[in-house]
Design a protein around this ligand. Structure first.
Ligand SMILES: Cc1cc2nc3c(=O)[nH]c(=O)nc-3n(C[C@H](O)[C@H](O)[C@H](O)COP(=O)(O)OP(=O)(O)OC[C@H]3O[C@@H](n4cnc5c(N)ncnc54)[C@H](O)[C@@H]3O)c2cc1C
Length: 236
């Protein structure tokens, strides 16, 4: 049985909180009772259940496991201010007890040599970082297009990886820079890993580019809305 097939629902304590940047806070959780389970891996995620600091209600949302050390996992949370987890992440957190369910998702890297095209807004930066941190030896050219959140990426080898960091100006809708930036790139070669995530409307636009303009099959790429303007707990 692989770690992906087994789902756990465990209590976890916040043991470290680091404000990485204006955009992100990194919280480190110690998981109770899930010894030996790999929660990390490319794009693997958990459902984090917290108590809304304003209403006292429980809220569960998806977060990428940025990395794992024994029973500790790091989550990088975008501080957008508009939802229960984002508000919770700005409250005093040390010692808070939460619930973590998972792991879920993830993918297996293709054979060495494949090129990668990775794109997203800041909510996808931890997942893109998890891909960049797990690339197989001998991988092909990597292009990462990040709208916000490039500061959360690990150092990359500039000979093999290009990071295109898109800066929004004030008032620009999140995700709106992604598809125009992707359209300006050459069409990826067959067999490339194409992965995009972020605001659902922006991801929909990217999907249309892949299907209608680049002529890709649906199975040739992964495109997932990680959140949606005006919709709490968006799922797709
Ligand atoms: C598989 C997966 C992995 C994910 N990994 C991460 C991760 O590692 N880090 C991370 O920060 N997020 C990640 N997300 C996105 C995260 O789950 C959502 O942003 C979630 O909605 C946040 O919950 P909330 O309680 O703060 O807001 P919600 O209550 O869900 O939403 C309230 C309102 O806030 C707004 N909103 C929600 N998210 C954002 C945002 N990112 N930016 C601006 N406005 C927003 C929407 O307008 C929404 O109406 C991931 C999502 C998925 C599906």
């Amino acid at each position: 049985v692989t770690a992906r097939a087994v789902r756990h629902r465990v209590p976890a304590s916040v043991v470290d909180v680091v404000r990485l940047s204006e955009t992100f806070v990194r919280i480190t959780l110690v998981l109770g009772g899930a010894g030996g389970v790999r929660f990390d891996g490319p794009t693997r995620w958990v459902k984090l259940f917290v108590t809304d600091p304003d209403t006292g209600a429980q809220a569960g949302r998806a977060y990428t496991v940025r990395q794992q050390r024994f029973a500790e996992i790091d989550l990088d949370i975008v501080l957008h201010g508009g939802g229960p987890v984002a508000r919770w992440a700005e409250s005093p957190l040390l010692g808070e007890v939460v619930t973590v369910a998972g792991p879920r998702g993830g993918f297996t890297h293709p054979a060495p040599g494949a090129a990668y095209l990775l794109a997203g807004d800041e909510s996808a930066a931890p997942a893109i970082a998890s891909i960049l941190g797990s690339l197989p030896d001998g991988h092909g050219r990597v292009t990462a297009v990040l709208e916000g959140g490039a500061d959360a990426l690990p150092p990359v080898d500039p000979m093999r990886t290009s990071v295109c960091s898109l800066q929004r100006s004030a008032g620009t809708r999140k995700g709106s820079l992604l598809t125009p930036a992707l359209r300006a790139l050459p069409r990826p070669s067959a067999g490339s890993v194409i992965w995009v995530a972020g605001e659902a409307g922006a991801v929909h636009e990217a999907r249309r580019l892949f299907l209608d303009e680049w002529g890709l099959d649906r199975g040739a790429f992964s495109a997932k809305g990680y959140w949606k303007y005006g919709e709490a707990d968006h799922r797709e």
